[in-house]
Structure formats: structure tokens, C-alpha cells
Design a binder for this molecule. Structure first.
Ligand code: OX2
Length: 818
């Protein structure tokens, strides 16, 4: 093992630093400090090391001269950093002892940290796992994101309805792990006009004269490599109004209006847009996107040139990965700089940019595919719009060359969508302007090739790749499930933490009765931990011996939380009306946020909460059935829920969930999946084997066939009595006494609303799969074996493997160990 921070840990010096920060940063004394102050002081003391290593990594000539990747994402859902950083630094035990000598319990202190929730869901969490794996594998990397003042909203329930409140993730005194980098600040323009001029060589040039400028301030968060000396920056840009205000460029010179827009511009990074898998097309959002891209591209070029490299070698040393289309505007931005500032020819500029960018597609959902109106683009970014038209002109030339006279192909592949208002299709722009495009799970990539971009796949053979998502084993096993980690390590050593495939070695213990007992004992302890949390935070009693059946993810119709609800209603109905019906006690656990503007999603939350209220208090039901909707889902809650899950609900309509990553986390922690043939479920099934997963429902081809033939939810409603009875429970006032019809929105969407995600079509098969789960759980020995095999066979889904796939197949990166 390499020399690590661990070996250099000096307890006395560390404690002195903690004392120093208590006084100098927090203006308190050890005798007076509360847990909050102790935690902050501890973090400041630890950050001394991470900041030093961040700078040392940055300054290392090996890094400066190495090819690196720049991961551009509007979201990084990093979650709490302290516990994870302690693990990566190898200091968990040492710091536990050092803080204990101050009378402070490390576990309690860690609970004190708020989650930086700078992302919505899977896409943002993936970016965070990828940063962890890049650092663990020592692939030179910089993450670029936005320093939102408010992260994803805080959720609470008022009479079952979602309420949103702002999320201030930073303490008044700051966030100890981050460091501000004023020397890296950038200026970013908006609006204005494009001017043609003749340069000194008599050549015609174009340049953009922005109407408004703002400042991008850099904040670095350290991404600590597990058990190595590399610390990479997650560089987050904060938008600030430029001071003093420069007003010359305002046509009217209207002082008050100018100031108002300055103030607005200075607020660009106030808040994260709370939409997951949905494009709302707001101007401020496009401004955020451009601001993010302009700062990041400028910083990449700054680093490249400061290291003494020629701009012409950019593509040799830098790869820029676009996390979905959100940072697409980086492409015309780089071209603008190469053309207008470096005065390269189009061909030279294009040769560089088209070999620098790569794009990850995360969705096929039409409502999530971004387009921007031409008018907005032209007003906000006039030069970029020109460049986009230039890219499109050349693309259309290639299409016409490949398919002469085929107008339909031109229409379909064009970056510009014709219509009442012309719009820029960001996904088309990405596919046309990058050297690699990837889907996030095998099936998703096949659908990208087959249904989303079949013509592009023909036009650019070899450009489309698959990189199956993964999750970091440090956070999602070692840290969140210390008991299971210890049990695993006692059997196979600790190599799995860096090489998750080693979990395979557990297979040989799957039939070992003692190991089965130990494994189930750990699960029980984790269920007890969640039970205690629920009691303490929600005042609800649940039975840790029941099956913990978990669906935790954003609320979306395609994820079908309402299918889960219908099943619960069917159980409730049978428990009350069918004396012969018996089931294993089950606790259904939900946690989920709905986008504040997504009305139906909020209605589904309300329905689940109201159903839960009734069932949980129905004396006829007792302990057999409980429904818990845990408010304010976030990374730190996932860390408690996932280790406690027996059943993992992955029940999206086939073809709609690109991958899913919660499915991987739960399987890794020994939960059995009930799922459709969708996203990464398909690959999980391949790994664990058909006997260790509960697959149900229509597959993609069946979904498409049913929709093509004309789907009518009433066909199912009229012919399936259990379905009808369950769904009709939502129609009356069963769950909203005295107020009939309050839950109608959900029911209506599934009947007259046309049931766009085929909930009713999959209901019967889902109920059957749930029946198999119930039966299986009755046989604890075989359940234990299945759970063990799920842990043993999920090594593929490490984000270390995903990152190696990117490094080898897309980025052509080499690890640089320090
Ligand atoms: C999500 C996808 O919905 C999910 O299936 C996937 O696992 C995750 O990205 C990471 O790849 N917004 N969020 C996603 O896609 C978009 C767009």
C-alpha cells in the first residue's frame, strides 16, 4: 500500500487545529462549544489536509502533462462529505478517537452535517459517484458544476400534501470543505450583438459584444481519492454581479432598469431547478447553462495554456464529457473562442472541438429532451446561435450527401426543428458535434440506437457506445452499511472496496448456514436502525421483522409509484374482505420528491400519504401492513434506508428508465429486486440469475406493440376484479373521510387519462410477482441465500468499472498515480 495521509496522521496536531478553529473561525471555546461548532471545527481541521492535497495534485507536473477529463454537469448530488472523506483519507478510526478525547462522538457529529443537495436525482448522484471513482482510480479529472445557493427544496407534508421550503446547505460561517479560488474567477457575457470587422491582416472576422457581464467565482470541493494521494477539484461556479456595475453597454442607460437586471444576473446561481427528467425551457435556466459552460470552458483553456500547451493540442490533452444535454452550449462556446479569439479557420476549430467533446444521453423521454427557442437563443447568445446554424449547415450537407433527395432525413436530423417557432434541438447538436455518445445501460443504449437516433447511428457509425452506470462502493456499501462491510471483510478481506468484483468470493458462503444467519442478522440490525429512525422522526411504529419493501426515487408517472400503491390497496382489500388471505407482514417504504410544478406527481404523494394514514391506524390490519412515506428524501436518508431494504421496487414501464442506480445500491446491500425488464434491471438479472430476482410485466417490444395497437386501460379495469376494486378504493372517501373524490386525480389519470405508462396492463403480473416474494420470504434460509447472492453478484455495478469503461473506450485516459 502507498503512503497515505493515514500514516502521517498526528493526533496532537489535529486536536490543536480543531481547538484553533473553534476559537478563530467559530468564536467559541472548547468548554462552550456545541456539537455544531465541534463538527465545523473538525471539518476545517481535516480540510487543511484535503486543500493541501488538492493544490499538490493540481501542481504536479505529471498531472499537468497528462490527458484529463472534464466532467461538465449542472448537478452533483454529493451528499454529506465528512464521513466519506474520512474513509477515503483512512482516518475514520483515528478521528473517532481524537474527537472522543474531546468528549465528542464522531457518529453524532456526522449526523449534524446537512446534505449539499446540488442535484435532483439519479443524474446528479451519478456525477457524484463518478467523481469519487475518478479520484479512486486516479484518472486526472476536474468536475465542473454550479455553486447553487439553494439546493433541491426541503420537503415536508402538510395533511399529506408536499410542501417545499428553501434548502440552505451552507452554514452561516461557510462550508468547511470548500475553498474559494478568486484567482480563477471568470467573466461571462450575455445578450448584446455580433459585429463584423476587418482584422490587421485584412481578414473579415466576427466578434460578440455582450450587453451584460457577470462574474463567475470558483469554489473548489475536494474529491478525495480512496487510499491514495490524489485530490481532484469539483469546481463549482457562483454567479456574482460585477462590481462596480459597468453600465456603458446598456443602450438606454436606464440606471434603475440596468441595476435591476444586474441584480437578477447576480442571482443566476441562486437556485437549482427542481425538475428531474423534464425540460421547462425557462430563460434563467438557459442563462445558468451558458454561465456554467462559459466559466468551465474558459477554465479548461486556462489550465491547458498555463501548463504550456498549444491550443492546437487541446483535443490531445482534454476530453470534455457532457452530462446530458444541459451543458451542450459548451460546444458553440469553445468554437466561438477558437474562431473569434484564436482566429482559427472553421475546419481547424471544428477538428479540435469535435474531438474534445463527448456526450452522455440519460433519457428517451420526449419531455426531457431539451430544445431552446431560436428567438431566446438569438437574444441571449447571438454569436452562439450563428455558430449553431453553421454547424447545422454542414450537418445538412453530410445528410444530403448520404441520402440524396431525402427531405424527411434532413428534417429529422436537423439541429433546427421547424415549426411555428424554430427551436434548437440540443441532443441533435450533441450527436453531431461530439466524438462519442453513450447510453447508460445496455438496453438503453440499444434503444438510443434503434428508436432515438437510428439515422445518426448510420451516419456516424461507431459513435454510439454503451457505458453501464455504477455506484461507488465506498459510500454505498462501506460507509452506509458498516456492519455488512465488516462481515464481508471478515470473509474475503478488504480488497472489494477498490475492486468490487471480488464480492464474487462470497458466493461460496451462500449455502453456509452460519453465514446466512450472520448476513440476516446484519440486515435485521439495519432494519432496526431504520425502525428507530422512523419512530424518532415520524412517531410511527413499524415492525423490524416485517418485509421492508422500498421504493425510493423521484416521483414520476413512468416510475409508477402508483402501481405500488395499487398493490398496497389490493392487499388492504384482501386483508379485510378475504378471511383466507394470509401474508407475511410488510412495511412499504416510500421516499420521494415531486417537482413543485408536477401536479399529478404531487397528487400521487398525497394519495399514498392518505392511504398510509388509514391503513396504519386500522385496528383490523395491525402489524401486517404498514405504509411509511419518509419526508425529505436525500442522500443521507438513502444511506439509512438502503441497508435496511429487503425488497427493491424497480417497476418503471419497460423502455422508460434509462438505467436506474438505486436498483444497484439496494441489490448490492442484499435486497431482492422486483422489477420490469427496464434499464439496468436487465443487467442485474443477468448477473444475479433469474432465480434471484422477481421480474414481471411487459417488455419493451410488448409495450410498443400494445401502444401501437391502441391501449385502453378500461380493458383491464373491466376484466380484472381485484384491479377494479383496488382502483375504486380511491374514488370514494375511504381514505379521506367526509371528503369523497379527494384522491381522484390519480385514479382518473389511470382511466379516462389513458394511463400513459400502462400501470393497469402490468398490474396483474405485478401482484403475482409480489405473491412470489411473500412466499419466498416465508423460507428464510432460501431468502438469505438469495440476498447473499445479490450482494456477491453485483460487483459489476461499481462506478469504478463505469469509469474504467469511459477511460478505456471513450476518453483514452491513463491513470496517474501520485
Ligand atoms: C436519470 C435517468 O432517469 C436514470 O434512469 C439514470 O439512472 C440516471 O439519469 C443516471 O444515468 N435526468 N435524470 C436522468 O436522466 C435525466 C435526463
Amino acid at each position: 500500500m502507498k503512503s497515505t495521509v493515514n500514516k502521517r496522521f498526528n493526533k496532537t496536531a489535529f486536536q490543536a487545529a480543531v481547538n484553533k478553529y473553534l476559537v478563530t473561525k467559530l468564536a467559541t471555546l472548547p468548554e462552550q462549544a456545541d456539537a455544531h461548532a465541534w463538527r465545523l471545527a473538525m471539518e476545517y481541521a481535516l480540510a487543511e489536509t484535503t486543500t493541501m492535497n488538492l493544490l499538490a495534485t493540481e501542481q504536479d507536473p505529471k498531472i499537468k502533462n497528462a490527458r484529463s477529463v472534464n466532467y461538465l454537469s449542472l448537478e452533483f448530488l454529493i451528499g454529506r462529505l465528512t464521513g466519506n472523506n474520512l474513509i477515503s483519507m483512512g482516518l475514520y478510526e483515528e478521528v473517532t478517537v481524537a474527537m472522543a478525547e474531546f468528549g465528542q462522538n464522531l457518529t453524532d457529529l456526522l449526523e449534524e452535517e446537512r446534505d449539499p443537495a446540488l442535484g435532483n436525482g439519479g443524474l446528479g448522484r451519478l456525477a457524484a459517484c463518478f467523481m469519487d471513482s475518478l479520484a479512486a482510480e486516479e484518472y486526472p479529472a476536474v468536475g465542473y458544476g454550479l455553486h447553487y445557493e439553494y439546493g433541491l427544496f426541503k420537503q415536508s407534508f402538510n395533511d399529506g400534501r408536499q410542501q417545499e421550503a428553501p434548502d440552505v446547505w451552507r452554514d452561516e460561517t461557510g462550508y468547511p470543505w470548500e475553498v474559494i479560488r478568486p484567482e480563477l474567477a471568470q467573466k461571462v457575457g450575455f445578450y448584446g450583438k455580433v459585429e463584423e470587422y476587418t482584422d490587421n491582416d485584412g481578414l473579415n472576422q466576427r466578434r460578440w459584444l455582450p450587453g451584460l457581464q457577470v462574474e463567475g467565482m470558483a469554489w473548489d470541493l475536494p474529491i478525495v481519492g480512496y487510499n491514495n494521494n490524489s485530490v481532484y477539484p469539483l469546481r463549482l461556479w457562483e454567479c456574482r454581479a460585477l462590481a462596480p456595475f459597468s453600465l456603458e453597454r446598456f443602450d438606454e442607460g436606464n440606471y434603475v432598469a440596468a441595476q435591476a437586471s444586474h441584480i437578477q444576473a447576480g442571482n443566476l446561481t441562486k437556485v437549482l431547478y427542481p425538475n428531474d427528467n423534464h425540460d421547462k425551457g425557462k430563460e434563467l435556466r438557459l442563462m445558468q447553462q451558458y454561465f456554467h459552460c462559459a466559466c468551465s470552458v474558459a477554465d479548461i483553456l486556462r489550465r491547458h495554456q498555463a501548463a504550456g500547451h498549444s491550443i492546437l493540442d487541446l483535443a490531445k490533452l482534454e476530453s470534455i464529457q457532457l452530462n446530458d444535454t444541459h451543458p451542450t452550449i459548451a460546444i458553440p462556446e469553445l468554437l466561438r473562442i477558437l474562431l473569434d479569439e484564436h482566429h482559427l479557420s472553421w475546419d481547424d476549430a471544428w477538428a479540435i472541438s469535435s474531438k474534445t467533446f463527448a456526450y452522455t444521453n440519460h433519457t428517451l423521454l420526449p419531455e426531457a429532451l431539451e430544445t431552446w427557442g431560436e428567438q431566446l437563443m438569438t437574444t441571449l447568445l447571438p454569436r452562439h446561435m450563428e455558430i449553431i446554424f453553421d454547424i447545422n449547415l454542414r450537418l445538412m450537407g453530410e445528410v444530403a450527401h448520404k441520402w440524396p433527395g431525402d427531405i424527411e432525413k434532413l428534417r429529422k436530423l436537423s439541429i433546427i426543428q421547424e415549426g411555428d417557432e424554430r427551436r434548437v434541438r440540443m441532443a441533435n447538436l450533441c450527436v453531431a458535434s461530439t466524438y462519442a455518445v453513450n447510453g447508460v445501460a445496455a438496453m438503453h443504449t440499444e434503444l438510443v440506437k434503434r428508436d432515438l437516433f437510428p439515422e445518426f447511428n448510420e451516419l456516424f457509425p461507431g459513435r454510439l457506445h454503451n457505458v453501464t452506470n455504477g455506484v461507488t462502493p465506498r459510500r454505498w456499501l462501506k460507509f452506509c452499511n458498516p456492519k455488512l462491510s465488516a462481515l464481508i471483510s471478515s470473509k474475503i478481506g478488504t480488497g472489494w472496496i477498490k475492486d468490487l468484483g471480488q464480492l464474487q468470493k462470497l458466493e461460496k458462503f451462500a449455502d453456509d448456514s452460519q453465514f446466512q444467519m450472520d448476513f440476516m442478522c446484519v440486515k435485521k440490525a439495519n432494519k432496526q436502525r431504520l425502525t428507530d429512525w422512523v419512530a424518532e422522526n415520524m412517531g410511527l411504529t413499524i415492525n423490524p421483522d416485517a418485509i421492508f419493501d422500498v421504493q425510493i426515487k423521484r416521483l414520476h408517472e413512468y416510475k409508477r409509484q402508483h402501481l405500488n400503491l395499487l398493490h398496497i390497496l389490493s392487499l388492504y382489500h384482501r386483508l379485510i374482505n378475504d378471511a383466507d388471505f394470509k401474508m407475511q407482514p410488510r412495511v412499504f417504504i416510500f421516499a420521494s420528491k415531486a417537482a413543485p410544478g408536477y401536479e399529478l406527481a404531487k397528487e400521487i404523494i398525497f394519495a399514498i400519504n392518505k392511504v398510509a394514514e388509514k391503513i396504519n391506524n386500522d385496528p383490523r390490519i395491525g402489524d401486517t401492513l404498514k405504509v411509511v412515506f419518509i419526508p425529505d428524501y436525500r442522500v443521507s436518508l438513502a444511506e439509512i434506508i438502503i441497508p435496511a431494504a429487503d425488497v427493491s421496487e424497480q417497476i418503471s414501464t419497460a423502455g422508460k428508465e434509462a438505467s436506474g442506480t438505486g436498483n444497484m445500491k439496494m441489490a448490492l446491500n442484499g435486497a431482492l429486486t422486483v422489477g420490469t425488464m427496464d434499464g439496468a434491471n436487465v443487467e442485474i438479472r443477468e448477473e444475479v440469475g433469474d432465480d434471484n430476482i422477481f421480474i414481471f410485466g411487459l417488455n419493451v417490444d410488448e409495450v410498443q406493440a400494445l401502444q401501437a395497437k391502441g391501449y385502453n386501460p378500461y380493458d383491464y379495469y373491466n376484466s380484472d376484479q381485484l384491479l377494479r376494486t383496488s382502483l375504486d378504493l380511491l374514488a370514494g372517501d375511504e381514505f379521506t373521510p367526509g371528503q369523497p373524490g379527494l384522491l381522484n386525480a390519480t385514479r382518473h389519470s389511470l382511466l379516462a387519462g389513458g394511463d400513459p405508462y400502462l400501470v393497469l396492463a402490468d398490474f396483474a403480473d405485478y401482484v403475482q410477482a409480489q405473491g412470489r416474494i411473500d412466499k419466498q420470504y416465508g423460507d428464510q434460509k432460501s431468502w438469505a441465500k438469495m440476498a447473499i447472492l445479490n450482494t456477491a453478484r453485483n460487483g459489476k455495478f461499481s462506478s469504478d468499472r463505469s469509469i474504467r469503461d469511459y477511460a478505456n473506450n471513450i476518453w483514452q485516459l491513463n491513470a496517474v498515480s501520485r
